[in-house]
Design a protein. Structure first.
Length: 184
């Protein structure tokens, strides 16, 4: 009797796990389809997102595509993410300032950069007035998205597992940044 009960219980757990995996897969697939539909349906002469009207630098999707590489455009304008450990600034320790690749707005000082072990450049504090945040519900959870305050470029996300003094980890995409070394 206990063997039959155990098999039924295992079968029920398997069905629940299958349903959860199916729901996550469907959600991710819908999000990808939804993003591709919304970007494809936008006119190339319209601003990339309605929120960009509140930014100092506004360009059409076509203008951004002309200025940026395909990967820079995908990450900064379509809110993509580069693979971990693939970016040129993941292990950089040079002294200087990190700027937005889209508009050259100064974002982070190298003195606030630290090795988070995540594979993305991480900082514990942006420059004053450099970034703005908004809640992002991609990945089936609420996260805090970081955008350039000047042009609205998607830079990455901020998490509350960083070092002191702030306790924050600004996890950025290297491809969204441009490094300017400090003059000697």
């Amino acid at each position: 009797m206990s063997g039959a009960y155990s098999n039924r219980r295992r079968g029920a757990i398997s069905k629940i796990l299958f349903a959860v995996i199916l729901a996550i897969t469907a959600g991710c697939a819908w999000r990808g389809w939804s993003a591709s539909q919304s970007s494809a349906s936008r006119s190339s002469e319209q601003p990339a997102a309605s929120t960009e009207k509140s930014f100092r630098v506004n360009r059409s999707q076509a203008q951004w595509q002309e200025q940026l590489t395909a990967e820079q455009f995908r990450v900064t304008r379509l809110k993509g993410t580069e693979p971990p450990y693939s970016g040129e600034y993941a292990h950089s320790h040079d002294d200087g300032i990190y700027h937005c690749v889209c508009c050259d707005h100064p974002l982070f000082a190298s003195k606030t950069k630290f090795d988070s072990g995540t594979g993305w450049p991480s900082f514990w504090l942006p420059l004053t007035g450099a970034v703005r945040t908004q809640t992002d519900y991609d990945m089936l959870m609420a996260r805090t998205e970081i955008m350039c305050d000047n042009c609205g470029a998607h830079l990455g996300h901020v998490f509350d597992d960083g070092p002191l003094p702030t306790g924050l980890r600004y996890c950025m995409n290297s491809v969204a940044l441009k490094f300017e070394p400090r003059a000697p």
